[in-house]
Design a binder for this molecule. Sequence first.
Ligand code: NAD
Length: 479
Amino acid sequence: MGEVQRNLIGGVWREAKESSENRNPSDISDLIGLYARGGAQDVSDAADAAQAAADGWACDTPQARADLLDRVATSITACEDELARALAREEGKVLPEALSEVRRAAQVFRYFSGEALRLSGDALASVRAGVDVEVTREPLGVVGIITPWNFPIAIPAWKIAPALAYGNCVVFKPSEQTPGSAHLLAEIIHTAGCPAGVFNLVMGRGSIVGEAMAADVRIKGISFTGSVPVGRQLAAACAASMKKLQMEMGGKNPMIVMDDADLGTAVSACLNGAYFQTGQRCTASSRLIVQSGIHDAFVDALARQMQALKVGHALEEGMQIGPVASANQLKGNLSYVALAAEEGCEVLGGEQLNRDTEGNFQAPALFLNSSNDMRSAREEIFGPCASVIRVDGFDEAVALANDTPFGLSSGICTTNLRFAREFRRRSAAGMVMVNLPTAGVDYHVPFGGRKGSSFGAREQGSYAAEFYTSVKTAYVYVG
Ligand code: NAD
């Protein structure tokens, strides 16, 4: 079984009082390892170390920060196969998906290596004679980063890289379900020469480590990705210590398929958007809003391709859909499959599957004849399940697409330029896709949503500076 993997605090690998098991969701007899489970004191020590390092890091040159991030990117690329296998083993996404995620993490570090050199400000003439005004951006100081299990290396990368690029020190708490990928990333950052205290890893439970981070006054901002209920709790806790907060949360993303859509394009966008990565993407297409003229042909083709997807062990060659990430998540998914049937849907697939190993395997599911007021069509399932809602026309489709408490991503498949243009304008989502899956985004442009899906500044691209810096306006009387 080996030793317990430790937290990184102040540049030192430190044991915690407790540890937790990490198991492979494709084969629960496969124990990946034991990982430290930190407590409130570990958070306090990490915040201390980060605070002590903050001035030095903020005053270091942008070149030093760019070089560190570039070395991290290079190290990720150098061991991408090993990282991808570890990620697939721990989280359960199939190996090609895991490899793309690892490559994305390297791209993000490389991108922010450049951004470290590009942070700019403004110089303006004052309304008063003899005065100059200068607007600059400064780091927040110590930031907390709290991440979910579904992208255990890419999401930490797109938070840690801008935090460091803009001169902040970091206390990072990964999901307790995926400490392995986080630990490997922390090893890479440490080995790349990150100064002691600038980057700290505290693994452990959300209710202990996460809450201690929210309460710690030395942590000036928290970037969180996770579920809406936890986000709400975190926001309340952060208000007490007046922290800056950025939150990316759930989705129930609509994909409209118009009668004039290219059938092949629509089916492939929905197959990808709904089921790839086992449907465990905040941007997954979980409501397929389909116009009546194309409905039957679309459902036939999508159902055929969905049923042909190969579901199995994430590390087995040729598999297209890995296991559900945890037994708990699988239980929740199965209860939504049962609920959809109770609500009157015709359910295709969705059953638990047996494979050679004992894992959390589930057949992808389609809920036919769904309606937008059913719970199965309104609540985020976060599994390989999609509802099909039939509509008569464009206006009805847009109204249903927007009728949701979420607003992360949305899509439309159409060959009509007017529909494409109108939908981009009227969609109440932060990201809109035309003839593309609702999931799958670039790393150099803003990522985020509206309504219950997001709170605070956008992530990624140059927009990331909004959260990770604080604006200062300086007035100088020059006579
Ligand atoms: P979660 O909310 O259960 O946990 C997210 C993180 O918060 C974990 O690290 C957890 O330990 C921590 N946490 C739990 N309780 C806490 C508390 N009281 N205080 C502080 N931190 C606490 O989410 P999850 O199950 O890990 O991930 C799935 C969810 O994440 C889904 O809702 C999904 O839509 C969302 N997600 C959103 C995006 C996005 O960018 N919008 C991306 C990926 C996942």
